[in-house]
Ligand binder design. Sequence first.
Ligand code: HAM
Length: 438
Amino acid sequence: MINKIKGTYDILPEDSNKWQDLESVVSNVSKIFNFKEIRTPIFENSELFHRGVGETTDIVKKETYDFIDRGKRNITLRPEGTASVVRSVIENKLYSLPNQPLKLFYYGSMFRYERPQKGRYRQFYQFGAEAIGSNSPLVDAEIINYAATFLQALRIQNITIKINSLGDKESKELYKEKLIEYLKPNMEHLCSDCNRRFLENPLRVLDCKVDKENPVLKAAPKPLDYLNDKDKYHFEQVIAALDAIDLKYEIDKSLVRGLDYYTHTVFEIDADLPSLGAQSTLVGGGRYNNLVESLGGPVVPAVGFAFGVERLLLALESIDKPTVSPFIHCFMIALGEEVQLDALRIVNDLRLGGLICDYDFFNKNLKGKFKQAERLNPMFTLIYGNDELKDQVINVKTVKTGVQERVPLNNLYRYLVNALKNPTEGGCSGSCDSCNEC
Ligand code: HAM
């Protein structure tokens, strides 16, 4: 019998629907953020990843699948998507299109020769996004928000957004000097890999998986403390934008990420869920302002992220009502023929506001209507009957919490949007006297 290769897996028919559901959420959330799909080949010239990801990174040093093809070319199966997307942007001159930044997303297999375990494979899928062509800190925040909104759409909670800044060239150089000064007398306390990294690229020492808990590394100087004024200002603006959209984050001064191309903002989102095991990082990303230029393009700043799809599916195993099939915000139940047209109008208004809604078109009994709502698994079930029509209100049930509230019709949209921001608390009915809106 010929078996599958270590670190790979089959997606069997009984599981493929979970993948399709997740892919539909990728496409819906990307539409909301106006990111368009790009598809690049799964193999590229090896040089792309050597120059792009970095010669001294673990990925290029130990993990790439390299081969020489029959035309004697050095080929690598892509270990990540960013370098390929940048290659395509340069080759197709997409940086000169009128609408900038380019907002691109991708979904597909990546290959890394890593030690396989739960949540870590040799062929794995990433959903990634890149915003190329703007240095605005608002775009850093947009990228982080896109990643967080995607997790929210999947109802993955217990997440921590960790964020840090490495600064640009000048700050990074100063930091590197300080780090070398600090590490030099301490290298005997660190592993052999760290000693090699110290000589090749000292920043990579901070990524060591063996010495992660070593007090020498824990006490090492932190990049955030060596930012010049311009880079500090960029980071403060990112933080201000995240605060403005009420996204909770933690500043993690030790976060450096494992790829060489990062400048300024870096971030990861971890989930504390039993089904994930040790591989709790769902997504990683950051700004990379020099990569386009170093791969032969013009000076074009960029920022992006990539999710590990297998880890998302593992995370969903810890959730009561997992993926949304297909993803919808609201399902409307109209109670009686007299209110049907009015209910349809309400649904239509919500759709114009960008919410994905469906309607109960069958004249089933109440039990049948709720059964259908359960099958569609929306975020909110809206219930509208004669009493509601008379009082100009609507019943909104937040499916996750089971909480049902009577919401004035003229406040429905605002209520739903607030509830989307705080999925565990529900929204505000518009008459609570305690929220900022009322
Ligand atoms: P990365 O941190 O190397 O970043 O990978 C991103 C995510 O891919 C990880 O957080 C993890 O969820 C998943 N992942 C990585 N390796 C494996 C594996 N062997 N098995 C399963 N999942 C894995 C990048 O790849 C960057 N290109 C992200 C980026 C985009 N930065 C800017 N733009």
